[in-house]
Design a protein around this ligand. Sequence first.
Ligand SMILES: [Mn+2]
Length: 285
Amino acid sequence: MTDFGGLPEEFTNEHSAGIAILPVPYDGTSTWIKGSDKGPDAIMEASSNMELYDIETGTEVYRRGIFTAPAITERSSPEKMVGTVAERVRHFLDKGKFPVVIGGEHSVSIGSIQAFASHYPQLSVLQLDAHSDLRNEYEGSANNHACVMARAKEIASIVQVGIRATDSGELPAMDMERVFFAHQIHGSDKWMDQAVGLLADNVYITIDLDVFDPAIMPSTGTPEPGGMGWYQCLGLIEKVIAARRVVGFDVVELCPSESNKAPDFMAAKLIYRILSMKFSKYEPA
Ligand SMILES: [Mn+2]
């Protein structure tokens, strides 16, 4: 696998890098279009074609060092995969690095959220997603992609943004004051401050790429019409970074297509833009 950003070697060193990218090419429980196991490779390849100077922040965040860890290949069961991700993320947190997990399907986030929740007692999980993912169990596993936020809710407070598909059985588990449905946020940014206000001091962001409109992000396992745009989504993340301490994030569910590489590049650039915003903010140590 190519390193994220195609960086010169001096910026990819495991020990000196401030940022650790953890690829998890896992697609064990997805229910419709398969292929999210190809997501990390496609993102890495696309990322080597990015300009490394970020215009909006005027920074070159790669100079902090971005280490791309070996991909997690544990796929004997969702439970074992989740446990391995949690162990690896915990390792990077203990080393003081800023971890970024790249899926793979959304269940890879469960292990990452577990590691962050045990490291940061006051943690909120901000979910950007078309789907509410609040099923307690799905197809025999509590670690299915449809259960991510049910697991997150057990160990952290959550805020859900961009939701436009759910099962009626999930409604009782939904805290409507903490859900920002796609049809409610469409065409307006007024809701953003309210969403940010619900978050605890430490925030983990889990980004299912299907939160974006399929017009710009068609490469997902379960595309849903009516999603967010690029600037709206990054505008929200910018507000969160300004008002809270974003401690890590994941980007999941890229299901790459051979004929259209733009979504792969968009996922890579999304990761780099978030890192640029995060590390251009002054934070006392
Ligand atoms: Mn989703």
